[in-house]
Design a protein around this ligand. Structure first.
Ligand code: SF4
Ligand code: SF4
Length: 96
């Protein structure tokens, strides 16, 4: 089991309230807002944390660069993918 899978298990075992808190904390450090692919639509809808919550529903379709590898959440969670806004969450991209 790699780092991401261990973290995923921890998240799954959390109660709803604890999970929501963890999501809010990670949203605060998500750097998507400074990414060239991020746009006004995503900003207006306050979309963030695509790595956990899944791809952008309607806002982001063009891949103009991804700064996820430089985001602290990548290291914290052990993420191995990027372009979560267009390709789906880490879990989805792993086919889990
Ligand atoms: S890894 Fe990417 S999607 Fe996830 S929190 Fe960081 S910038 Fe946002
Ligand atoms: S997931 Fe990656 S490509 Fe998409 S907005 Fe965030 S940093 Fe940019």
């Amino acid at each position: 089991m790699d780092k991401y899978e261990q973290n995923l298990q921890k998240m799954i075992k959390m109660g709803e309230e604890e999970r929501m808190k963890a999501i809010e904390t990670k949203k605060e450090i998500c750097v998507c807002g400074g990414c060239p692919s991020y746009n006004d639509c995503a900003r207006e809808k306050k979309e963030l944390l695509y790595c956990a919550l899944g791809k952008s529903a309607t806002c982001i379709t063009d891949e103009a660069g991804c700064i996820c590898p430089n985001c602290p959440v990548t290291e914290q969670m052990g993420l191995t993918h990027d372009y979560f806004c267009t390709k789906g969450s880490e879990r989805e991209q792993r086919g889990m």
